[in-house]
Ligand binder design. Structure first.
Ligand SMILES: C[S@@+](CC[C@H](N)C(=O)[O-])C[C@H]1O[C@@H](n2cnc3c(N)ncnc32)[C@H](O)[C@@H]1O
Length: 220
């Protein structure tokens, strides 16, 4: 499975190719944080799934005082992150089985990793994020922003794939989730990119079971 490939070394390979750029506070890297900041307060807990070395989480923690937790299959990324950012709780693991208690996080952020998940386990990852997200909390997704779902070979390793689609729809089918904000931009610029092949986005969703269902008698 693709998950095993990332645990066994593909995650490390990604980290080796990209680690130099991870700490750079570019406009594109800061774009998701701008969406989250109005809703977070010092002491809130935030989880990034697919966090690499935790650089994004560290930037978020610096900006608003959240306590950051992160999960990534790359052992090298997690070990490097623990040395660099000792205030973060970083763990080797994957989106499909999160090592955290139910309802713990104010923000659960898929940090550009859903496109890599095995299709047979995608819904398990969605359920795991829902499980650890607090009532009244937020789910965020940073990923590709295509017009239609599409699949292409992962060009760093034959046999693996990346899958592009609007992952927010998997949450928004549930009335407990509403869309708070979406920022659509490009890999190289924080402004909208007209080419859907180059477009990425961050979606921010609010979770409230309390507001999800109207009593039927009030609708008559
Ligand atoms: C494109 S990188 C994004 C890293 C970081 N969030 C960022 O924005 O710089 C994708 C990350 O997802 C991780 N990943 C791959 N499969 C995963 C899985 N099943 N669960 C969680 N993370 C995964 C990879 O190891 C990699 O660090």
């Amino acid at each position: 499975m693709q998950k095993e490939a990332f645990l066994a070394g593909e995650g490390d390979a990604w980290f080796q190719r990209n680690h130099a750029a991870l700490g750079l506070q570019t406009a594109v890297r800061l774009r998701p944080l701008q969406l989250f900041l109005p809703y977070l307060a010092p002491g809130d807990e935030a989880l990034e799934i697919g966090c690499a070395d935790g650089s994004n989480l560290a930037a978020l923690a610096r900006q608003c005082g959240v306590r950051g937790c992160g999960v990534d299959p790359s052992r090298q990324a997690i070990e490097a992150g623990k040395r660099k950012y000792p205030m973060l709780d970083l763990r080797q693991g994957t989106a499909e089985a999160l090592p955290f208690d139910e309802g713990r996080f104010k923000l659960v952020w898929f940090g550009f990793c859903l496109y890599l998940l095995d299709r047979s386990e995608l819904m398990r990852a969605i359920a795991e994020a829902d499980r650890v997200c607090a009532e009244g909390g937020f789910i965020a997704i940073t990923d590709f922003d295509p017009v239609l779902p599409c699949r292409r070979p992962y060009h760093h390793r034959p046999g693996l794939f990346s899958w592009k689609m609007d992952y927010s729809r998997l949450f928004l089918a549930n009335p407990a989730y509403v869309l708070v904000a979406k920022a659509s931009y490009g890999h190289g610029a924080e402004t909208f990119h007209p080419d859907p092949g180059e477009r990425i986005a961050t979606w921010l969703l609010h979770k409230s079971l309390a507001h999800a269902y109207f009593p039927e008698e009030e609708q008559r």
